[in-house]
Structure formats: structure tokens, C-alpha cells
Design a protein around this ligand. Sequence first.
Ligand SMILES: *[C@@H]1O[C@H](CO)[C@@H](O)[C@H](O)[C@H]1NC(C)=O
Ligand SMILES: *[C@@H]1O[C@H](CO)[C@@H](O)[C@H](O)[C@H]1NC(C)=O
Ligand SMILES: *[C@@H]1O[C@H](CO)[C@@H](O)[C@H](O)[C@H]1NC(C)=O
Ligand SMILES: *[C@@H]1O[C@H](CO)[C@@H](O)[C@H](O)[C@H]1NC(C)=O
Ligand SMILES: *[C@@H]1O[C@H](CO)[C@@H](O)[C@H](O)[C@H]1NC(C)=O
Ligand SMILES: *[C@@H]1O[C@H](CO)[C@@H](O)[C@H](O)[C@H]1NC(C)=O
Length: 307
Amino acid sequence: MGGARDAGWVAAGLLLGAGACYCLYRLTRAQRRGGPGLRLRPSRSAEDLTNGSYDDVLNAEQLQKLLYLLELTEDTSIIERALVTLGNNAAFSTNQVIIRELGGIPIVGSKIKDPNLSIKEKALNALSNLSVNVENQIKIKVYVNQVCEDVFSGPLNSPVQLAGLRLLTNMTVTNDHQHMFTTHITDLFQVLLSGNGTTKVQVLKLLLNLSENPAMTEGLLGAQVDSSFLSLYDGHVAKEILLRALTLFQNINNCLKKEGHLTIQPTFTQGSLFFLLYGEECAQKMRALVNHPDADVKEKVTIIPKF
Ligand SMILES: *[C@@H]1O[C@H](CO)[C@@H](O)[C@H](O)[C@H]1NC(C)=O
Ligand SMILES: *[C@@H]1O[C@H](CO)[C@@H](O)[C@H](O)[C@H]1NC(C)=O
Ligand SMILES: *[C@@H]1O[C@H](CO)[C@@H](O)[C@H](O)[C@H]1NC(C)=O
Ligand SMILES: *[C@@H]1O[C@H](CO)[C@@H](O)[C@H](O)[C@H]1NC(C)=O
Ligand SMILES: *[C@@H]1O[C@H](CO)[C@@H](O)[C@H](O)[C@H]1NC(C)=O
Ligand SMILES: *[C@@H]1O[C@H](CO)[C@@H](O)[C@H](O)[C@H]1NC(C)=O
């Protein structure tokens, strides 16, 4: 694996103290001659920092430098580059472990509170890649509520909202932390209904993960959801949305059957997802979809029990 890596470099600037001493280090991986050497070269200009180095795979020492840099600098463009470099490095499973062991997750995590949306987005992206590791998820889960609030209050369809949704989706890939989403389900449906196609698909991925978990079924069905939700089952809806919306219904229905608790119906109030999914209007939409021209859509519909 190492042999395939390009000889790369990253320049890391360290702002020490309160801006009094500004030292820059360029870390060079001297691989061209087969040597594992790491040279430190002083440099003056901040423009040298981390540019063009996004694809490099860094070693533990270099990751440590990058984390120091991230902690100490106040230069937004350096923070942004450092986060992108860390995020790219976090695509590798060994680096996911190294960054955690270096205490990197809280350092990256603190940047999701940055008022600069571009920095916030890069921090969320880096956390998304770090979250692919189960042990990292245990450290990242402390940010779930904050990220939810940001996703619900931030600019609709923005890159930062999408980055937040991707991180949240990664955090629901296993059932371990799904319970943290119980109080956010109604808001998730609101983003689902107000977002554009890209946003809708991402929210649906998250909801689909929740819908496979019987422990989340009651929370999902009890959520107050606007009746415009049912328009997701209109025949003209884009296939990538329609199929996911149908799978959502299918998953919830399967969980209900498994638990055998259609009898919990009385606990759901008017305006809940339960009333929408098991009401007459939804039944009509399902009957209409049986004649949908797309075979995949038709197949999904016929799996759903007849009304
Ligand atoms: C990196 O920055 C230096 C100094 O500004 C510049 O000369 C160089 O072309 C940049 N490299 C890339 C790959 O952008
Ligand atoms: C946010 O950070 C980016 C990246 O450094 C910078 O280009 C941009 O000007 C900053 N925006 C604000 C509002 O400070
Ligand atoms: C995250 O990982 C993927 C590969 O899994 C990679 O394509 C992407 O560039 C990485 N970086 C960020 C910041 O998401
Ligand atoms: C987690 O997020 C990354 C980057 O956002 C993505 O590439 C990856 O596929 C996600 N992993 C899983 C298991 O969903
Ligand atoms: C959703 O909005 C974002 C931001 O305006 C845009 O980049 C994206 O292409 C849009 N997606 C769709 C499917 O329209
Ligand atoms: C969540 O969705 C991903 C694909 O988006 C899938 O790989 C994963 O198994 C799902 N997890 C659960 C718990 O449903």
C-alpha cells in the first residue's frame, strides 16, 4: 500500500503563542529515494501551507503536526486546508485510528462551532470520514445534537447542511446511536419536505437507517409530519426519492409486523406519520403507484400490504 503512495509533502504552519512567534514548518516525505525521512524546513509564507497536498497520505507525526496547527492557528484559510487534509487522510482506516489516538476528534469537532460556514462544512466532512470507525463514533456522538440543531437552523440545501446530514447519516449506519435521533425526527421530516432533491435523498438515507430498527418505529410513527409528506408518493416524483420513500414505508411496516403491534395505534395522535401512512389518502396513492411505468417502483408497491 505504501509503495503506491506518491512522495508527498505538507507544509504546516504553527502559530505559537498569541501571534508573537509565527513559525512555519514544511514537512517533507523523502520517499523518492526510498527513505522514510521527515525533513523540517523553515519557511516564511503562509501560502505554502498544505496547498496541493490534499491527496497525500500522512504519517502519524505529520498528522500530529497538522492537529497542533489546527489547534493553534486563527488563520481561516489554514484551518480550512488543515481540515480538508485531515478529512482526506481520514478516508484511510489506519488514519482513522491514529487521529483518534492523537486526540484529534475533539480538535476537529471543536471546529463545527466555527461561525464560518466554510470551516464548519470542512469539519463536518472530516468527522464524516472519521465516523466510519465504530470507536470513533463513540467520540463523535457528543456532536450529534449540535449537528442536528445546525442542520435544522442552517441555510436550506447549503453545502454545510448537506455535510451535516451526511455525518448524521454515517452515525446511523449501526443501531448503536440511533436513539439520539428520537427527539429530532419531526425536524428531520421538516427538512425532508422543504429541501430540494439532493437534500431529500440525504435525509431519506438517514430515515431509512432509522426505519430498519424496531426500537425506532414508535418514534418514527409518532412524529408530527406535515401532510405534504404524502406527495412523495406521487407518480411523477423522481425515482431515487420515490423508491426510498416506499422503502421507508416498507421498513416501518415490517417492523410493526415483527413487533406485532398495530395495537399501539391509540398512542399516535392525529397529524402523526402513523395517521398519514395508514390513512385513506396514502392507500389511494399506493393503488395509483401499482400502475407506475417503472418496474422497480411497481415491485416496491406490491410488497406493501393491500388496503
Ligand atoms: C502552493 O503555493 C505556492 C506558493 O504560493 C505556489 O507557488 C504553488 O504553485 C502552490 N501549489 C499548488 C499545487 O497549488
Ligand atoms: C471563511 O473561511 C474561508 C476559508 O478560509 C474564507 O475564504 C472566507 O473569507 C471566510 N468567510 C468569512 C465570512 O469569514
Ligand atoms: C472522505 O473519504 C472519501 C473516501 O471514502 C474521499 O473521497 C473524500 O475526499 C474524503 N474527504 C472528505 C473531506 O470528505
Ligand atoms: C460516511 O461518510 C463518508 C463521507 O461523507 C462517505 O464517503 C461514506 O460512504 C459514509 N460511510 C457510510 C458507511 O455510510
Ligand atoms: C439543491 O440545492 C443546492 C444548492 O443550491 C444545489 O447545489 C443542488 O444542485 C440542488 N439539488 C437539486 C437536485 O436541485
Ligand atoms: C444504513 O444505510 C447504509 C446505506 O446507506 C447501509 O449500508 C447500512 O447497513 C444501514 N444501516 C442500518 C442500521 O440500517
